[in-house]
Design a protein around this ligand. Structure first.
Ligand code: SF4
Ligand SMILES: [Zn+2]
Length: 329
């Protein structure tokens, strides 16, 4: 249903995304919703972006419809073919996004390639099939991808360093459900969660890519940024956390057996992945270009860049010690 009202979503912008060997014009939307029902991840501030008062599902639905109407006013349908949907949590969580809104979105973006983010527990075969039935007009073999923030394939790191609240087995089960319903799977992996040294973070990402590639059709690596009002920020302010080096990002991309996309948000800034300031701009730009063109030579060339901070990074990889917490209280 098209709303008479207009409401700006949290964000929406246009860009390009690589899909197979093609470049697609992409519309990204972050809808303000009833909020993530988990809301406990140590690094996440998105969960704060929600309608706070206890509003009824009908009221939330009205807000969401008004946001969708705003988006369709701003962006002409013929100007993009991919749509990436984020909320302040999970698009397929019925407590966060009232069911009626799913059919509105599928109708509005019929014939587009939709990538929608959700926690694995909300990947339900019936919900996915009904959404795809409306969305699919035969333009894409896989018109919907369920995107899940797996973060790492290590249950230990996901529990202790992120507090994500689901296991690798939950992810693989959801991936199976999505695939059997005809949808694709995208996994987001987090480089350097809280409490990991630089070397541990690189090793964890390399293992996670290998473990995840078997279950996901696309993998995107998110180098960790320090968002406001998070537990991660608490540690960062006390000098107990440093975002990953861009050298780490490059070394992972260079070694990966599959193409990994990466948009280093906050790249080159103190809260985002960074090196020394002198070399950041070129490397961040190169990583973004690589996400689109998959040119491995570009990554190799960037890894050869000369800068004093590279030695510092190499030293850290071997010398930094694991985070040490007391085993007793
Ligand atoms: S990272 Fe995702 S699951 Fe975790 S609190 Fe944030 S929105 Fe919720
Ligand atoms: Zn440098």
């Amino acid at each position: 249903m098209i709303s008479e009202l207009r409401e700006k979503p949290l964000a929406s912008w246009r860009g390009q995304e690589r899909y197979g060997n093609e470049l697609l014009d992409c519309l990204t939307i972050i809808f303000k919703s009833a909020g993530c029902t988990w809301s406990k991840c140590r690094m996440c501030s998105y969960r704060h972006a929600r309608y706070f008062a206890q509003q009824s599902p009908e009221t939330i639905l009205g807000h969401l419809r008004a946001q969708l109407a705003w988006v369709t006013d701003q962006h002409k349908s013929e100007e993009y073919s991919m749509v990436k949907i984020f909320t302040s949590g999970s698009f397929f969580d019925p407590r966060e996004i009232p069911c009626g809104f799913l059919s509105d979105v599928a109708t509005t973006f019929k014939g587009k390639l939709v990538i929608a983010e959700t926690r694995p527990e909300f990947v339900d075969a019936e919900v996915i099939s009904s959404f795809m039935e409306i969305l699919d007009d035969g333009s894409y073999k896989t018109p919907l991808y369920c995107a899940m923030g797996l973060e790492t394939s290590s249950d230990y790191i996901r529990e202790k360093c992120i507090n994500k609240g689901f296991t690798f087995a939950d992810f693989t089960k959801a991936a199976k459900t999505a695939h059997s319903a005809g949808a694709g799977v995208k996994a987001y992996l987090l480089l350097k969660p809280l409490f990991l040294s630089e070397g541990e973070a690189v090793a964890d990402m390399k293992t996670s890519i290998l473990d995840t590639a078997v279950h996901a059709d696309m993998i995107s690596m998110n180098p960790c940024t320090v968002q406001r009002n998070t537990e991660l920020e608490y540690y960062w302010k006390r000098g107990a956390y440093r975002p990953p080096y861009l050298w780490s990002v490059l070394s992972i991309l260079a070694d990966s057996p599959v193409h990994i996309t990466c948009d280093p948000l906050g790249g080159g800034q103190k809260r985002g992945p960074h090196n020394c300031k002198k070399c950041d701009y070129e490397i961040v730009k190169g990583i973004r270009d690589y996400s689109l063109n998959a040119d491995r030579d570009l990554i190799s060339a960037l890894l050869q860049t000369r800068c004093d901070c590279k030695q510092e990074w190499e030293y850290l990889l071997s010398a930094e010690k694991s985070y040490c917490m007391p085993l007793t209280r």
